[in-house]
Design a protein around this ligand. Structure first.
Ligand code: MRU
Length: 353
């Protein structure tokens, strides 16, 4: 991994260590996982979060499954059991399933995999998980390179949720584009949506931008319309949890509303994601499963109640932005433009060739 790249995921002395994102920005604590159940719990609690980061953490979770398996269980069986455990944690980000499917393929492709013992299978999977982590960083650097030319000096760009190093293996997707644009002198300021209910914008994106010394201003989610109306937003760029074959894209709740606002104000709306976030098996946004989380996350902030204890609440974690509202999708393979059905099919075919 390039030394200047910060990653929230690391493999140390036979264990997976995750920077606990539930504790940021108050504390920088690393969670040490030696069993896949701990990785599943960390994904569920959002200690590790963001579609690409979840995929990479799950890859290491498979390794832990093999290292902690009961004696005598065949590696392929262990892998299937562990993949089920990890795959059930969060339904929307397709990178999770993508990584688990590839982990199974890696084991299957090993010569005489049926005879492979547990240690050899774990070693093969660990080498693959480390490669996946390096590849995700390389993809993000490419996304940054492709995306930075969408911006011009003096641009004030709005983003939602957290899509930086914390949400990936390192560098980031939409935040990586903003980082590359800033380095190229093509960005004045980032408007950071706080991103209720779990505040990934104010807790995590602001934390990252501070470290990177990129100028930003934090805003309540509800302020985006007023800023656009004042002409203070030149573009919006966000990350993605799943891109359907027709370009409809799922991302953090509130993204769809921003895209509608951007269209109304003539502001270009961009997604940034690696090709691994595209799910060709999902024809359109209507088929993307949307995670619904505990109503307690809406009724409270950091455990402090902000509503009557039993107030009925709905907590959809993601929404779907229709392809027609998207000006471009920045990927590691280049900037895709409408019509997305064709652009996506071309990009995936080129990758497979
Ligand atoms: O619930 P989260 O924090 O995992 O949601 C994260 C997002 O919605 C991100 O925008 C998306 O995963 C892309 S991260 C590069």
């Amino acid at each position: 991994m390039p030394p200047e790249i910060f990653s929230p995921i690391r493999w140390r002395d036979g264990a997976l260590e995750l920077l606990d994102q539930t504790r940021l920005p108050q504390a920088e604590e690393w969670l040490r996982c030696t069993r896949p159940e701990q990785v599943a719990d960390a994904i569920r609690r959002l200690a590790v979060r963001g579609a690409p980061a979840i995929g990479v953490a799950a890859a290491y979770g498979l390794v832990l499954g093999l290292l902690s398996a009961p004696d005598g269980e065949p590696p392929a069986e262990t892998l299937a059991r562990t993949a089920r455990l990890l795959g059930e944690t969060r339904p929307t980000a397709v990178n999770l399933r993508w990584a688990l499917d590839r982990g199974r393929d890696v084991l299957a492709s090993q010569a005489e995999s049926a005879a492979l013992d547990r240690e050899a299978a774990a070693a093969a999977l660990l080498a693959w998980a480390e490669r996946l982590q390096r590849e995700d960083i390389a993809s993000n650097l490419k996304i940054g390179e492709h995306g930075r030319s969408l911006f011009a000096p003096g641009d004030r760009v709005l983003t939602h949720c957290n899509t930086g190093a914390l949400a990936t293996a390192g560098y980031g997707t939409a935040l990586g584009v903003l980082r590359a644009a800033h380095d190229a002198g093509r960005l004045e300021l980032v408007w950071v949506d706080e991103t209720r209910p779990l505040l990934q914008g104010s807790r995590l994106t602001a934390w990252e931008l501070e470290r990177l010394r990129i100028p930003y201003r934090l805003i309540p989610d509800a302020a985006a319309a007023a800023l656009m109306a004042r002409g203070d937003v030149q573009a919006v760029i966000v990350g993605a949890d799943r891109i359907a074959a027709n370009g409809d894209t799922a991302n953090k709740i509130g993204t769809y509303g921003l895209a509608v606002l951007a269209r109304h104000h003539g502001v270009p709306f961009y997604f940034a994601a690696p090709l691994s976030t595209i799910d060709p098996a999902t024809p359109s946004g209507a088929e993307i499963p949307i995670e619904e989380r505990s109503p307690d996350e809406v009724r409270s902030v950091f455990g402090a109640p902000i509503a009557p204890p039993d107030a009925p609440a709905t907590n959809l974690a993601f929404d779907v932005t229709p392809a027609e509202l998207i000006a471009a999708i920045v990927t590691d393979a280049g900037v895709l433009r409408p019509p997305y059905g064709e652009a996506i099919a071309r990009a995936l075919k080129k990758q497979a060739d």
